[in-house]
Design a protein around this ligand. Structure first.
Ligand code: IMP
Ligand code: MG
Length: 178
């Protein structure tokens, strides 16, 4: 897997330092609350598990699965695969994403969940690819900004590969421009 990486962006150690900072910030903001953290599968799982284990807040775990990419690297249609298990009504919802790119996925999810009348709904993302934004979305917590490049590792994939790389790096163009 490593040979397909053009450039390492964030090491395992750097990621953990930043995730702990964000976890502390979320703890501070949700004092006295019991938020439901909804992981958007599958890309966010490594981030999610590091985030929750570094939080002191009493949280409820839930999962949704959305697919916005086929096997390519550009946004396609959004496909709803798995809904949350628990009711969202009256809850403080924190959506946990791997990366916000065009913004379409998170915009779709926020709108869909807002209809279920949560008490609040916020977004926490590992990576923010600001330059690629097509739909304006408010991001409440973000670990790192990335440029308009295709990144993999620490949960993020290309064609379901590289998710278990412990660091985040830019994928060599030759891999997806074949
Ligand atoms: P959006 O709907 O365009 O914001 O896309 C969000 C989803 O696309 C993310 O949850 C990722 O699964 C995927 N994605 C976007 N950019 C990248 C990338 O650079 N590497 C891996 N997956 C990406
Ligand atoms: Mg994803």
């Amino acid at each position: 897997m490593e040979k397909d990486i053009a450039k390492k962006l964030f090491s395992e150690e750097e990621i953990l330092v930043r995730v702990k900072e964000v976890a502390a910030q979320i703890d501070e903001d949700y004092k006295g609350k019991h938020p439901t953290l909804i992981a958007i599968l599958k890309g966010s799982i490594l981030f999610y598990s590091d985030l929750i284990r570094n939080m002191k807040t009493d949280v409820v775990l839930d999962f949704m699965e959305i697919s916005s990419y086929g096997n390519g690297t550009t946004s396609g249609n959004i496909k709803f695969i798995k809904d949350a298990d628990f009711s969202v009504e009256g809850k403080d919802i924190l959506l946990v994403e791997d990366i916000v790119d065009s913004g379409k996925t998170i915009d779709y999810l926020i709108k869909a969940l807002a209809l279920r009348k949560p008490n609040s709904i916020k977004v926490c993302t590992l990576l923010d690819k600001k330059e690629a934004r097509k739909v304006p979305v408010e991001i409440n917590y973000s670990c790192f900004d990335v440029g308009n490049e295709f990144v993999v590792g620490y949960g993020l994939d290309y064609a379901e590969k590289y998710r278990n790389l412990p660091f985040i790096g830019v994928l060599k163009e030759e891999i997806y421009k074949k």
